[in-house]
Design a protein around this ligand. Structure first.
Ligand SMILES: Cc1cc2nc3c(=O)[nH]c(=O)nc-3n(C[C@H](O)[C@H](O)[C@H](O)COP(=O)(O)OP(=O)(O)OC[C@H]3O[C@@H](n4cnc5c(N)ncnc54)[C@H](O)[C@@H]3O)c2cc1C
Length: 418
């Protein structure tokens, strides 16, 4: 496919104008912008049908974006977390469900790529990891494989408070996986499911978490349940059941014990869902401006911008959007292994703000534009429904972000009350 990078309207660029971007970031954002209008044109259909955006993934594959965070020495585009987030938010402006599922795919390469390079491993673990991830990256880059990230189980595990109930039992040549995952975005569309599970041994703890790539066609794996949600319908997040599913040794996406280290030392790895919702917030603002100016395609060119109440509402939206964007960009600057305490607290605050404000901006957009704007032939009502999902995403739901901020601000590690 011929993908000619073009820059979108700079007023609605994710980082805003005059933000320092590297040449690579500019190029990749432009690539995402060039795909965006096609994604936007298809978004209504996927939303109505609650079907997976296969055509968008064919475009992402043809543009090389499935390998966005695969390191360059493995044939990928070598994007770091910040570059990924800017690209992801750009896609989010056009189709939330595509951006959200793209997150699940890309994280399986980001976490095993540059993030894993920062973690402590013994020489043997490092050698094992290099062998395994070379296979995994080759599947993405050469075969165009898509990875999903099914962690949630409907227990305290996905919140990071208990070991996963899905287990992996050591057998000759690999592992036997048993359990159930709920809300597995890309269910039925992914080629591999990056499953978090617990090594089956006595007295299991969260340190025993394993991260295994289970092939979609592995015997014993089934996709079950309906999918008819309020929003993010194109993610097709159905349930997965694993019944004695065998995976070979090389299915390990991280050596034993390393996922727990990543989750403890690289907290920004859990902020990667947020860019999708910043994209949605920008789209809601942009729509509101076009609507009030009488410039929405397919609508009579009626202007509504002259009413002071509309102007105040738009101003309020812009203030919220700029607050959100500023925290988002600052959070990306902070992202690193072992961040200082204030950066960790800021990451929770950023996630909370982006998820809550995305929904709030969509709410204000509908109230300001009025009744016709929530008809299904216009994108705003979909943005509104999609935006509602952001603060529900574990492990950093809006509630859990507040919970963590409150506790970690008041207690130093290891402190307790008498
Ligand atoms: C569109 C969409 C796509 C998704 N895709 C994926 C995916 O690809 N992979 C995946 O793994 N998951 C995915 N999820 C699931 C998501 O991350 C959550 O796991 C899910 O929304 C939790 O729903 P629940 O009702 O089981 O939450 P519950 O676990 O019942 O929690 C309800 C709320 O209680 C709070 N809570 C939970 N645990 C605690 C605790 N220990 N202490 C205090 N408060 C707590 C949280 O705020 C939470 O929102 C997706 C969800 C949506 C909506």
């Amino acid at each position: 496919m011929d993908v000619t990078p073009t820059l979108g309207d700079p007023r609605y660029a994710v980082a805003g104008s005059n933000y320092p971007l590297t040449a690579k970031q500019r190029e990749l954002i432009a690539l995402a912008e060039s795909l965006g209008p096609r994604f936007a044109a298809r978004a209504d259909r996927y939303d109505r049908d609650a079907s997976f955006p296969h055509e968008n993934y064919a475009d992402l594959r043809a543009a090389g974006l499935l390998g966005l965070c695969v390191p360059e020495r493995y044939g990928g585009l070598g994007a770091d977390l910040k570059t990924y987030a800017l690209v992801s938010a750009t896609l989010g402006k056009y189709c939330g469900a595509t951006a959200l599922t793209f997150n699940m795919h890309v994280c399986s390469t980001l976490w095993t790529g540059t993030l894993a390079d920062d973690l402590d491993m013994s020489p043997e673990q490092r050698a094992e990891h290099e062998r395994h991830r070379a296979l995994h990256f080759a599947r993405v880059v050469r075969e165009g494989a898509i990875y999903a990230q099914p962690f949630s189980e409907g227990s305290a595990a996905a919140a990071g408070k208990a070991p996963f109930g899905t287990t992996a039992t050591k057998v000759a040549g690999g592992w036997l996986v048993n359990g159930k995952k709920i809300f597995a975005s890309l269910a039925g569309a992914a080629h591999y499911y990056g499953v978090l599970c617990t090594e089956d041994k006595p007295e299991r703890t969260m340190r025993d978490t394993l991260y295994l790539a289970v092939p979609a066609d592995a015997p014993g794996l089934s996709v079950v349940g309906d999918w008819d949600p309020l929003g993010m319908r194109g993610t097709v997040s159905r349930n997965l059941v694993f019944k004695d599913v065998f995976v070979p040794e090389e299915a390990q996406l991280m050596p034993r014990g390393v996922y727990f280290q990543a989750a403890s030392r690289w907290p920004h790895m859990f902020t990667t869902l947020a860019p999708t919702y910043l994209g949605i917030a920008i789209a809601a603002f942009e729509f509101t401006v076009r609507y009030l100016r009488g410039e929405v395609e397919g609508m009579p060119p009626v202007k509504r911008r002259m009413y002071p109440t509309k102007q105040i509402a738009v101003a309020e939206m812009w203030v919220k959007l700029e607050q959100t964007r500023a925290l988002f960009l600052r959070m990306l600057e902070d992202a690193r292994i072992d961040p200082p305490k204030d950066a960790r607290l800021r990451a929770y605050a950023a996630q909370f703000t982006i998820m809550e404000n995305a929904n709030e901006l969509c709410r204000l957009a509908i109230r300001t534009c009025g009744g016709q704007s929530m008809l299904r032939n216009l994108p705003l009502e979909r943005l509104y429904r999609d935006s509602r999902c952001g603060s529900l995403m574990l492990p950093w739901t809006a509630e859990l972000c507040l919970d963590r901020i409150g506790r970690e601000a008041l207690y130093e590690p290891g402190e307790a009350d008498d």
